[in-house]
Design a protein around this ligand. Structure first.
Ligand code: DLL
Length: 434
């Protein structure tokens, strides 16, 4: 098996890719206009017709779709195919607002799984591999997406779903899993549990991990790589555009290649909606050009990142997105300062702490408070109260340097912060509850 799943597409010249995207976009806009009254209305209000879109250079003429539109159109309002053509739904956990329900035709599933197959091959996966999928199965897209990709590549697939960590480890050891797919926070937890069970990183057969579905830092990548003895790769996606596999990392590990034959990416200013030049940091917007049942045009992801067309050593020409630096709606404004949880995570790991922490934001009187609980490691447990206070002050100083605001830091005992088997909850913002 080669280095690519689909070399023709993954290494296509820019000119050919633009042509392919343009053809598909023109067709898709027509399909949506004719079959989705909700989007037709948005286009009519903006005075755009399918005839105005002749190629990707006209993409900016189309209206945006947001999560609010998804809520309003819930559940069937953005469906572009009759239900008789749809074979599956997937959905988000719905922790914020109404859940998102996405629909798939059989062809949509094929293309989605194909995207996941590209991600698996990009980390060195072949039909010789044993691929352990411990993303959740069910409504969440992580399990079904990577499961489908793994089948396509021909890996022996372990459809573990999330949870039951000791059983995960037993299968990993007994069957010799070589590729691990789960959230980065769960990967860190598996690493921690392996160590507790007396295993060394070289005791497992894992070579690569495909970790995504939540933000994670470079520092956390290094931690996971060390504890599992693997290379850790990022994968990105969202339910609205299919699930995992919208973009994936290659051996260079410097950002994720976007599957541009299926998704056109734009970066916009989240405040004004203006399209920003390549290389700018802003909100990622996706247009699905091949999806049949649930084809969102110019969908605002709220994820903040940067796109890069710098030549990649892997030979792929697909544009790369940086790790999302947070979501425009996850960004906390604390005492007027923009704070992303990833900034705090970077400091914690740099200072030698584990990625187990909880950020609590509240407002007392008119003043925002920022409390960060961080687990001590086992060695620190024997420290005196004075030592612990000193370490807390050091962390306060380091975080103050990073953010410009003073937090309260509490070092808590190991294992006292709940571990996550899926997406980790890192922030509790009590201000929203008042
Ligand atoms: O999390 C799909 C997925 C499953 C991606 C498995 C990767 C692996 P949703 O539950 O709809 O879908 O959440 C989508 O999660 O808008 C991002 O904010 C965040 N996200 C996804 N991947 C990453 C990543 C899946 N690699 C939302 N880094 C997205 C940072 C990510 N954030």
């Amino acid at each position: 098996m080669g280095r690519y799943w689909n070399e023709e597409i993954e290494c296509m010249s820019r000119e050919d890719m633009k042509k392919l995207q343009s053809e598909r976009l023109v067709k898709q806009v027509k399909h949506v206009y004719e079959n989705v009254p909700y989007y037709k209305k948005l286009m009519d209000e903006k005075g755009v017709t399918p005839d105005d879109v002749k190629g990707i250079e006209d993409l900016h003429k189309l209206p945006f779709l947001t999560k609010a539109d998804l809520r309003e159109a819930y559940p069937y309002g953005l469906l572009a195919k009759p239900l008789s053509d749809c074979v599956r739904i997937q959905s988000t956990s719905g922790t914020t607002g109404k859940r998102v329900v996405a629909f798939y035709t059989q062809n949509d599933i094929e293309l989605w799984e194909d995207c996941c197959a590209r991600a698996i091959v990009a980390v060195g996966g072949t039909n010789e591999d044993v691929c352990q999928v411990c993303y959740g199965y069910g409504l969440f897209t992580g399990g079904p997406g990577l499961n489908g990709g793994s089948h396509k590549v021909g890996c022996l697939t372990l459809p573990m779903s999330s949870g039951n960590t000791e059983r995960q480890i037993q299968f990993m050891m007994d069957l010799g899993s070589t590729i691990l797919c789960c959230t980065p926070s769960y990967a860190a937890y598996i690493g921690e549990t392996l160590k507790e069970m007396g295993y060394k990183p070289e005791d497992n057969k894992l070579k690569a991990g495909i970790f995504g579905a939540e933000p994670w830092t470079e520092e956390m990548r290094r931690e996971i790589e060390k504890s599992l003895g693997i290379k850790a790769y990022d994968i990105y996606g969202l339910t609205e555009t299919s699930g995992p596999g919208v973009s994936f990392e290659c051996e260079e590990q410097t950002g994720m290649h976007i599957n541009e034959d299926h998704f056109i990416a734009e970066i916009i200013d989240p405040e004004t909606g203006e399209v920003l030049p390549e290389g700018s940091k802003g909100e990622l917007v996706f247009t699905s050009i091949t999806k049949e049942a649930f084809p969102l045009l110019r969908y605002r992801t709220r994820d903040i990142c940067v796109l890069s067309r710098e030549k990649c050593s892997c030979g792929r020409t697909l544009v790369k997105m940086s790790k999302p630096m947070g979501r425009s709606d996850d960004m906390m404004i604390i005492r007027g300062v923009n704070v992303f949880p990833s900034q705090i995570e970077t400091v914690l790991i740099e200072q030698g702490y584990s990625p187990n922490y909880l950020i609590e934001v509240d407002r007392v009187g008119n003043v925002d408070t920022l409390d960060i609980s961080v687990e001590m490691n086992a060695e620190q447990l024997s420290d005196t109260v004075k030592d612990i206070q000193k370490k807390e002050s050091e962390l306060v100083a380091a975080i103050k340097t990073m953010l410009g605001i003073n937090p309260k830091v509490h070092l808590v005992s190991p294992k006292s912060i709940a571990r996550s088997e899926g997406k980790a909850v890192r922030v509790i913002d009590k201000r929203k509850l008042h």
